[in-house]
Write a new protein. Structure first.
Length: 820
DNA sequence: GACCTGCTGCGGTATG
C-alpha cells in the first residue's frame, strides 16, 4: 500500500495509526517531533483545528511507546499545563484514543483542584507518565519536599494557550515555576502551544531556559474567514450598546445555520440577548447561555450539550473564548463591536475547524460609531494586524509567593535562587537588591513588620539556606496559592444608614469625595470608603458628575482607534457604509466638520443652560475617563465651573457653566496635565489602597483562606487597610508598597496612551464654536439623559430621548462655522 | 477597569 511520504517519517506504529484514521500527518506536527527529538524547545503557532494538541504530545507518545510498563518510576515524563481545568480533562480524554488504539503502555492523569485527595496522594507516590495540570497546581507540586525526585526525570513540558497567560501575574508565576523545572530537570524541553500572536518572539522567550535552542514553528494558516456586518432593516440606532434591535435578525441566522456561537461583551448583555432570543423562539430551538455568573454545573451542562451537538446556539461572554474545540459551529456572531482584532480572530476561530473551509462570522454594531469600528476590526482581522501590548514588568508580589513555595519544598539558597529566577524572561532584569528585599520580606516581613511573629516565615537551616519556619507556614502557603484575587463588591450606604445596594469596587476607585453619581434612583454625593462600604450623602438636585453604567465597555485598542479615524478622514472608505451612517456623517460635515487623524477636533456649544465641550480623542474609554477627571479639575481652576463629564471610547464630553476660549482650551489640554494633577489624583483616590490589597494577598501578607474558614472579603480589606497605613507611616519604602505603585502604574497603562495623545495634539487643536449640538455629538449626549443603563428598556428609551437631540442636530441652518 | 481563569494535606477517627 502506498504510504504518504510525510506519514512514513513516523514510527511504523504511528504511521499505521494515522493511516487507519485516514489522516495525513501535518508538516508542523512532524516539525515539532523532529525539533523535540533533537532536544530543542519549541513554540508552535497554529490555528485551531490544525491538530495542535496532538503535535504537542506526539514527541512524548513516540518516546514513551517503548516504555517498560513494569518499570518503577518516581517521576513523570511529560507535564502538560493549561489555563483551564476543563481543558486538562478534555485533553486527557483526547489522549486516551491514540494511547488505546495503538496499545501504548502510557499512563496519563489530570491533577487539579478537582482531583480527589486519595488520587493526589497516589500520584505523589506513583506518578503517571503524563500529568495534565494548571499553573496553580504546578506551584503546589513544586512546594512538596519530593519535588526534586518527582521532576528529575522530566523530559517535556507542554504549555497550552501560552499567549493567553504570557503577560499576566498568573503567567509570571508559571514562568517562575518553569525556571524551577528547568533547574530540577536540565534535560527538559519546553513546548508552547499558541494561537496567532503579534509578537511570537516575545511569547517564545517564556520557553527559553538554559542554553537550549528554541524554534518557532508555524502551522499552515486556515482559509481566510468570511466576515460580514449585520444591519437589520438597513437601520442603525444612534446610540445604545445592547444591540437588542438585532435580536430578530440574529434569531433568523440561528435558524438558517446548524450551530451558532453568539458572543457578547458583558454578562448583562448575554442575559438580555438570550432572553430576547427565547421570547422569539416559536420553533423551540435549543439555545443555551454561558457566562461567569452562572453556576458551574449549569455551564458544564451547556458545554456537554454543545459537545453532543444538541444545541443550535449558545450566547456567551469570553467564558467560551478558550477551551474545548467544537467542530460543528458554522457561524459566529459577535454582538457589539469586538474592540480589538485579536479578540475578533480568536472568537471567529471557534467556528468550523476544518482548515480549508472559511469560518463564517457576522458582526452586529449596536450604534453608528460601532459600525465604523466593526469595519475597522474586519479590515484589521483580514490583514492579520493583531493587537500588540507592551510586556508586563516583573511583579514582586508574585516573586514573594514563589520564594515561599520553594521554601516549603526545602532549603533555599538566595544566591542560587536569584540566578534561577532571572532565567525567567519576565524577571531577567530584576536587580539583586530588589530580589534581596523581597526575600527579606518573605523571611520576616521587613523592617516595620519584623516585630510580629506571624510574618517570620523562614528559618535558617544548618546548610545556610532558608526554609519554611513551620508546618503552619506551609499550610498557609498551600491554602493561598495562586495570583487570582477576587474583586469585591462594595455596599453603598447613606451615611451610617442601611445599604442601598452594591457596586463594583472599580467604579469607586476613581471617585473623589464630593463627586456625585446616580445609584438606586437617587443622586448621591461620594463621601469616602469605610471598610467595605461606600459612604454617601444625598446630593442636591442636578446632574451626576460621573454617570454609572451597568457593566462597562472594553476599551478600544489603539490600532482600531487609528483605523476608525482613518475611515472618518477618507470619504472613499465611507462609501460602503450603511446609508444611515453615511447620512449621519454627511450631516456632521454640513453642521460642523469630521475629525481628522492629525488634529484634535473640539466642539463647543450651548444646550439648556449649560456649555458643552466635546473632544473627539478616540483614545478609549479608560483614557477618556482619566482625562475627564483631570480636565474638570483644571476647568475648576480656570473658573469655568464644570458640572460633569462623560467618556465613551470615542469622545470625552464635559459640561460647565462657562465656555472656554480657544486659548483656554489649549491651556486645558497642555501636556503637563499628567504631572502634579495626576499624582494628586492618585493619592486622593483609593486606587493605591486597593492595589495594595491585591499585592498583599498574592505576596502572602494576608490570608484569603484559613483552615476551616474562608476569610470574608471584609476581613481581608480591613486587614489590608490597617497594614497599608502602618507601612505608609513607618516604612514608606517597604517592598510591597513599591510593588503596589508598580501595579497601579501598570493598571493605569492608558495614562501612557494619554501622554502620547497630549503630545501629539499640542498646537493642533481645532475648536469649533457652534450654536447647537452636532450629529456626531448626539450619541454621547443621549447617554447623559440616562443614568442607569443595563435594563432592557434602556436602548429603546435612549432612542426616544435621542429624538429631540437628533432633530436639533439635523434641522435648520448649517452651524456657525466661525472658529473661535 | 470589560471578561475570564484556580484553589491544603495531615493526622485523627469511623467504617467496610
Amino acid at each position: 500500500m502506498d504510504q504518504p511520504i510525510a506519514t512514513s517519517l513516523l514510527p511504523p506504529r504511528f504511521a499505521a495509526w494515522f493511516q487507519g484514521r485516514g489522516w495525513q500527518v501535518h508538516d508542523h506536527q512532524l516539525a515539532v517531533l523532529r525539533a523535540v527529538e533533537a532536544g530543542r524547545s519549541v513554540l508552535l503557532i497554529a490555528p485551531t483545528g490544525g491538530g495542535k494538541t496532538l503535535a504537542g504530545f506526539l514527541p512524548s507518545l513516540v518516546e514513551l511507546a517503548d516504555a517498560d510498563p513494569k518499570e518503577k518510576r518516581t517521576g513523570i515524563h511529560t507535564l502538560y499545563i493549561s489555563p483551564l481545568k476543563a481543558l486538562t480533562v478534555d485533553v486527557a480524554r483526547n489522549l486516551e484514543t491514540p494511547i488505546a488504539e495503538m496499545g501504548l503502555p502510557i499512563e496519563s492523569e489530570t491533577r487539579t483542584g478537582d482531583t480527589p485527595q486519595n488520587r493526589r496522594q497516589r500520584q505523589r507516590k506513583h506518578p503517571p507518565h503524563i500529568l495534565l495540570t494548571t499553573p496553580e497546581s504546578l506551584a503546589l507540586l513544586l512546594s512538596y519536599s519530593e519535588a526534586p525526585d518527582y521532576f528529575a526525570s522530566l523530559k517535556t513540558v507542554i504549555i497550552d494557550e501560552l499567549y493567553a497567560i504570557a503577560d499576566t501575574k498568573r503567567g509570571q508565576l508559571l514562568t517562575l515555576g518553569l525556571a524551577r523545572l528547568a533547574r530540577l530537570a536540565p534535560q527538559c524541553r519546553f513546548l508552547g502551544l499558541s494561537a496567532t500572536v503579534a509578537a511570537p518572539e516575545r511569547v517564545a522567550q517564556h520557553l527559553n531556559y538554559g542554553a537550549r535552542p528554541l524554534d518557532i514553528i508555524r502551522g499552515r494558516d486556515g482559509a481566510q474567514p468570511e466576515i460580514g456586518i449585520m444591519i437589520p432593516d438597513a437601520h442603525v440606532p444612534w446610540s445604545g450598546r445592547m444591540a437588542l434591535h438585532a435580536v430578530p435578525a440574529i434569531y433568523e441566522e440561528i435558524k438558517r445555520h446548524k450551530t451558532t456561537l453568539v458572543f457578547v461583551n458583558t454578562r448583562a448583555q448575554a442575559e438580555l440577548v438570550f432572553q430576547g432570543l427565547w421570547r422569539l423562539n416559536d420553533d423551540n430551538l435549543a439555545i443555551g447561555l454561558h457566562h461567569g455568573s452562572l453556576a458551574v454545573e449549569q455551564r458544564r451542562k451547556i458545554e456537554a450539550a454543545m459537545a453532543r451537538g444538541a444545541l443550535r446556539a449558545v450566547v456567551a461572554t469570553s467564558s467560551l473564548d478558550l477551551g474545548i474545540d467544537w467542530g460543528d459551529i458554522d457561524l459566529v456572531i459577535q454582538v457589539g463591536a469586538p474592540k480589538g482584532a485579536s479578540r475578533l480572530l480568536q472568537r471567529i476561530g471557534r467556528a468550523n475547524h476544518r482548515l480549508d473551509e472559511p469560518s463564517r462570522a457576522l458582526l452586529v454594531p449596536a450604534n453608528r460609531f460601532e459600525v465604523l469600528e466593526c469595519k475597522a476590526a474586519i479590515e484589521a482581522a483580514l490583514e492579520k494586524d493583531l493587537d500588540e501590548y507592551p510586556p508586563r514588568p516583573y511583579c514582586l508580589d508574585v516573586l514573594a509567593q514563589h520564594i515561599l513555595c520553594l521554601a516549603c519544598a526545602g532549603s533555599v539558597n538566595p544566591d542560587a535562587l536569584y540566578l534561577e529566577v532571572t532565567t525567567a524572561a519576565s524577571y531577567a532584569s530584576l536587580p539583586r537588591e530588589e530580589f534581596d528585599r523581597v526575600f527579606a520580606f518573605v523571611r520576616d516581613g521587613g523592617y516595620a513588620l519584623k516585630a510580629y511573629d506571624r510574618w517570620k516565615r523562614l528559618r535558617q537551616m544548618p546548610d545556610g539556606g532558608w526554609r519554611a519556619a513551620n508546618m503552619t507556614v506551609v499550610r498557609q502557603y498551600r491554602m493561598n496559592v495562586g495570583t487570582i484575587v477576587e474583586s469585591p463588591m462594595l455596599k453603598v450606604r447613606l451615611g451610617r444608614g442601611q445599604a442601598l445596594g452594591e457596586v463594583e469596587e472599580w467604579f469607586v476607585q476613581g471617585l473623589l469625595p464630593g463627586d456625585t453619581f446616580m445609584f438606586a434612583g437617587r443622586l448621591l454625593r461620594f463621601e469616602g470608603i469605610r471598610e467595605m462600604s461606600v459612604v454617601c450623602s444625598l446630593a442636591k438636585s442636578g446632574e451626576p458628575k460621573v454617570p454609572v453604567y451597568g457593566g462597562g465597555r472594553l476599551p478600544l485598542t489603539t490600532d482600531l482607534a487609528e483605523r476608525v479615524r482613518a475611515i472618518l478622514e477618507d470619504r472613499r472608505q465611507q462609501r460602503d457604509l450603511p446609508d444611515d451612517v453615511q447620512e449621519w456623517l454627511r450631516l456632521q460635515r454640513w453642521r460642523s466638520v469630521l475629525p481628522t487623524r492629525s488634529r484634535l477636533l473640539i466642539e463647543s456649544f450651548p444646550r439648556g443652560n449649560k456649555e458643552f465641550l466635546v473632544a473627539y480623542c478616540f483614545e478609549g474609554r479608560i483614557a477618556h475617563q482619566t482625562l475627564g477627571m483631570l480636565l474638570t479639575r483644571r476647568m475648576e481652576r480656570a473658573g469655568l465651573k464644570p458640572l460633569g463629564f462623560v467618556a465613551t471610547d470615542y469622545v470625552l464630553a464635559t459640561w460647565a457653566l462657562g465656555a472656554p476660549t480657544q486659548e483656554q482650551v489649549e491651556r486645558l489640554f497642555a501636556e503637563d496635565m499628567l504631572g502634579d494633577d495626576l499624582e494628586e489624583w492618585l493619592e486622593d483616590s483609593s486606587m493605591l489602597r486597593r492595589s495594595f490589597r491585591n499585592v498583599a494577598v498574592i505576596a502572602g501578607l494576608i490570608e484569603r483562606r484559613h483552615p476551616g474558614e474562608e476569610k470574608s472579603r471584609r476581613q481581608i480589606t480591613f486587614n489590608a487597610d490597617l497594614i497599608y497605613d502602618v507601612l505608609r507611616k513607618h516604612e514608606p519604602d517597604h517592598i510591597l508598597l513599591h510593588a503596589t505603585r508598580q501595579d497601579a502604574a501598570w493598571n493605569l497603562a492608558d495614562v501612557q496612551r494619554l501622554g502620547d495623545f497630549l503630545k501629539r495634539v499640542q498646537g493642533r487643536i481645532d475648536v469649533r464654536r457652534l450654536d447647537r449640538v452636532t450629529p456626531l455629538a448626539v450619541p454621547v449626549l443621549v447617554t447623559l439623559g440616562s443614568t442607569e443603563v443595563g435594563n432592557e428598556a434602556m436602548d429603546a428609551l435612549l432612542e426616544e430621548a435621542a429624538a429631540d437631540l437628533i432633530e436639533e442636530a439635523t434641522s435648520g441652518e448649517p452651524g456657525q462655522e466661525a472658529m473661535l
